[in-house]
Design a protein around this ligand. Structure first.
Ligand code: SF4
Length: 254
């Protein structure tokens, strides 16, 4: 695989915002049937991210420059959830990167007190936060992205080496009894069979691995994909899925 071009072009892109209660609220979706497997949920988006994936579909959350409704804060979310008891199963906390918001612990405790399940979406760069959330039983499902071979993150996804953190998070998820999935977005030139092999060596025996299709919609860095032909065919996905299925307990294409 050719190394991606000009990672320095991403410098200065990420903007972190910290608000009073320690949660970087970035957006809210009242109902989702697809974000929490097997559950009806709402979705809370938190702003800010420490990675800069060129295919990111939430650039305004990464940059922290999107419009955030004035009313969106912890008290509003709790009041909303109280009106949805018995109607929603849970809440998805996603981003951006939610583990950057250290208020996630007290927030999750309050959500659990209301009886809702919590799914965390994470890029896996804060294994200690994921571990603590799991150990405190504050999340019920964790979806972790594995962008590429953990040893190759620094070339395009991150300005700092994160291999140790990604590998540690993989260990945390696989060592926990909290249900989880790993996810990889399959897009050229960032993914190919060699990348898949490298990822699979890290997640042997994993509970669930999801190969995600790339959609050329709103992107953090559309010029990265200027060749246009970035997706994979159904036949190629079938091949990836067949390969992965030999190494994990379940492999899905989504
Ligand atoms: S895809 Fe996720 S990890 Fe990557 S930049 Fe976007 S929010 Fe951050």
């Amino acid at each position: 695989m050719k190394p991606p071009a000009e990672p320095s072009a991403f410098n200065g892109l990420t903007v972190q915002r910290v608000v009073g209660d320690g949660m970087n609220f970035g957006g809210f979706q009242k109902t989702s049937l697809i974000d929490y497997p097997g559950n009806i949920s709402c979705v809370l988006f938190l702003s800010g991210c420490n990675l800069v994936c060129p295919y990111c579909h939430n650039p305004e959350l990464v940059r922290g420059d999107g419009p955030v409704p004035d009313y969106l804060n912890e008290a509003w979310v709790m009041d909303f959830l109280k009106t949805r008891i018995g109607l929603l199963d849970g809440i998805v906390i996603t981003g951006g990167e939610p583990t950057l918001s250290r208020g996630i612990f007290s927030f999750s405790e309050k959500v659990k007190e209301l009886g809702f399940k919590i799914k965390l979406d994470t890029n896996g760069t804060h294994p200690e936060v994921i571990r603590d959330l799991m150990e405190k039983r504050l999340i019920d499902y964790c979806a972790m992205d594995i962008k590429t071979d953990p040893m190759a993150y620094s070339s395009v996804f991150s300005r700092k080496p994160v291999a140790d953190r990604i590998i540690k998070s993989i260990e945390v998820l696989m060592g926990s009894d909290v249900p989880y999935e790993f996810r990889t977005t399959c897009v050229k030139p960032l993914f190919d069979e060699e990348v898949l092999k490298a990822v699979l060596t890290r997640i042997q025996g994993a509970r669930r691995y999801v190969l995600q299709q790339f959609h050329f919609t709103k992107l953090l860095n559309p010029s990265f994909f200027e060749s246009g032909n970035c997706g994979f065919s159904d036949e190629e996905f079938q091949g990836f899925q067949a390969m992965a299925s030999q190494h994990v307990r379940e492999c899905m294409v989504r």
